[in-house]
Design a protein around this ligand. Structure first.
Ligand SMILES: Cc1cc2nc3c(=O)[nH]c(=O)nc-3n(C[C@H](O)[C@H](O)[C@H](O)COP(=O)(O)OP(=O)(O)OC[C@H]3O[C@@H](n4cnc5c(N)ncnc54)[C@H](O)[C@@H]3O)c2cc1C
Length: 150
């Protein structure tokens, strides 16, 4: 990272960005063509979970090219002074491997984690919802955190 003064080094502080962000951007690459999708997500111990429809471009890519890059950010504050304009933020960028979750128990747990990321109270969804929902698991290989002004 060029601005080492902005690097978040504490793993707990990096995780706090993951816990606080409400959107994760998941990026794929195939034959030199990038593809990025914004998604809701859940997180537990180095693993990100996403829910999805059962088909679509990102699922096709995961099956062929499972290496992904992800990004999330929060605490945006636009700061403007007489001679300077900047954006304060905290962000995380990481790399990992994506796979579709087939195990019914893990699918249920993943959906619970995603719901818990956004809602404090437990959420009861019909069992049939699980059957028409794909769950994506991303095992994180590495990630870095960065903060500007936070
Ligand atoms: C804040 C936010 C949260 C979201 N959360 C979820 C989530 O939790 N789960 C989920 O499945 N989806 C979520 N979406 C929608 C998601 O970004 C994708 O649109 C969706 O997952 C379909 O992706 P796909 O690769 O299957 O696209 P496909 O339906 O296969 O469509 C492919 C083409 O559609 C276009 N496209 C796809 N997505 C978008 C987009 N978001 N904006 C503009 N053009 C697009 C692109 O040109 C792409 O080439 C969210 C979107 C936003 C903005």
């Amino acid at each position: 990272m060029r601005r080492t003064d902005r690097e978040i080094r504490d793993p707990e502080a990096i995780e706090s960005v993951i816990r606080g962000a409400d959107v994760c951007r998941l990026a794929f690459s195939e034959a030199g063509i990038p593809y990025l999708v914004p998604l809701c997500f859940g997180y537990r111990k180095g693993v990100l979970y996403f829910h999805s429809a059962l088909e679509g471009r990102k699922l096709d890519l995961i099956k062929r090219k499972p290496k992904v890059c992800f990004e999330m950010d929060m605490d945006h504050v636009l700061v403007r002074t007489a001679d300077r304009c900047t954006m304060h933020y905290r962000s995380v960028i990481g790399f990992g491997k994506a796979a579709l979750v087939e195990d019914a128990v893990e699918k249920q747990e993943a959906l619970d984690l995603i719901m818990h990321h956004y809602h404090q109270e437990p959420f009861a969804y019909p069992v049939a919802t699980l059957e028409r929902t794909a769950i994506i698991r991303v095992e994180i290989d590495e990630m870095t955190g960065k903060a500007n002004g936070c």
